[in-house]
Ligand binder design. Structure first.
Ligand SMILES: [Zn+2]
Ligand SMILES: [Zn+2]
Length: 377
């Protein structure tokens, strides 16, 4: 497992090195999904940390905001990713709630970067990971702010408002800090793992919850994203951060369909890897590891990749149809990046270009693949 993860990390770091080089070149930008991926734009990186959440917001004026830091096992990957993006200081970190899939590697972030302040909910939680985080916050002189709804923060041209939690819940998911970021005409809503109880309480506050981009609550679980909440947000882009082959069977189809039916394009880190939404204050552009792969033609790194892969991200319904229609005659399907193998009817098959046909379980395991926890019994 360790070496396969390392392989995946190397590939991703390579891809983003390519992007970083492009970003640092003066004005030489590429068109991605019809838009410009430009260092003059705000960038929101939904980082592919496996089963967990982490979002990096980079302002064109140099400020960095990190919302959550994945689980404890993504420490090296996350720190390297931030370094690849040129991050040296973090102006504001947010630990949405104390579950380890959100704060697991925050201590590593604090120890590797100068973190100026960290927003946390008012919540007692008795785990070693959380206790260690609190200790390192104190040790490193990070300004710890207990976030209250109504608090606002300005970082560069980005305006942040804490919308929730509006109730002192005793449930760790519902206590998630909910942040609305406004940048020019664009709005981004980050909801951590808040569930329907907290969503309903937000709705009853009478907030304007409409946003262009939604970080979908609780990894696409059916505990969250009620129809009423989605109706109020009406995102055009929705991002689910979720680990491939996770043991919880996330994201749930009903949640994806509910969000897609509202008119949003749904992106998932388990299928697309890292997802970057950028904004010039008016228009939004989306790039993912897949699109970057196609655009920068790194096929030499992917000897098996199919030539016809397009730098276009389809809506979930299209993707599902494409998966159903794709040739699945092979006994098992491996993901050449994550080295996980699936049965052809698994709900979380990798993108077509990342697939490897495997004849048998024995062949898969001989080739270093590990079974998907959902579909291989
Ligand atoms: Zn979570
Ligand atoms: Zn949680």
């Amino acid at each position: 497992m360790a070496s396969s993860n390392k392989f995946k990390k190397c590939v991703l770091v390579f891809l983003f090195t390519v992007v970083s080089i492009l970003f640092s070149g003066c004005g030489s930008v590429s068109s991605i999904n019809g838009g410009e991926l430009s260092p003059d734009n705000l960038q929101v990186h939904f980082i592919s940390v496996g089963q967990g959440d982490s979002e990096l917001i980079k302002l064109p004026t140099g400020e960095n905001i990190l919302i959550d830091a994945g689980d404890t096992d993504c420490d090296e990957y996350l720190v390297n990713y931030l370094k690849q993006q040129g991050v040296e200081e973090i102006d504001m970190a947010v630990a949405t709630h104390p579950h380890s899939d959100h704060i697991g590697s925050m201590q590593d972030v604090i120890e590797n970067f100068k973190v100026k302040k960290i927003l946390m909910p008012d919540f007692d939680y008795d785990t070693l990971t959380y206790t260690n985080l609190l200790y390192s916050i104190d040790e490193n002189g990070v300004d710890r702010i207990v976030a209250k709804y109504g608090d606002t923060f300005d970082e560069g041209e980005a305006h942040f408002e804490v919308l929730g939690p509006v109730v002192q819940y005793d449930d760790a998911n519902n206590i998630s800090i909910v942040l609305m970021m406004t940048y020019g005409d664009n709005k981004f809503l980050f909801t951590g793992d808040q569930e329907k109880t907290a969503e309903n309480d937000l709705l009853s506050m009478g907030y304007d919850l409409s946003a262009d981009v939604l970080k979908v609550g609780h990894h696409g679980s059916s505990t969250s994203s009620s129809q009423e909440f989605i109706n109020a947000v009406r995102p055009s882009i929705a991002v689910i951060e979720v680990g491939e082959g996770n043991e919880y069977g996330l994201p749930k189809d009903e949640v994806i369909m509910r969000i897609a039916r509202s008119g949003a394009t749904v992106y998932r880190t388990d299928r697309s890897g890292n997802i970057v939404v950028s904004s010039d204050g008016k228009e939004l552009y989306v790039a993912t590891d897949d699109t970057l792969d196609s655009i920068f033609d790194v096929s030499a790194e992917y000897p098996d990749s199919s030539a016809e892969s397009q730098p276009v991200l389809s809506q979930t319904s299209d993707t599902d149809e494409k998966l159903q229609n794709s040739e699945v005659s092979e006994s098992f399907i491996g993901n050449k990046n994550s080295k996980i193998y699936h049965s052809p009817d698994c709900k979380s098959l990798p993108a077509e270009k990342n697939r490897v046909a495997l004849d048998s379980k024995e062949a898969a395991e001989k080739a270093g693949f590990t079974p998907c926890k959902n579909c291989i019994k």
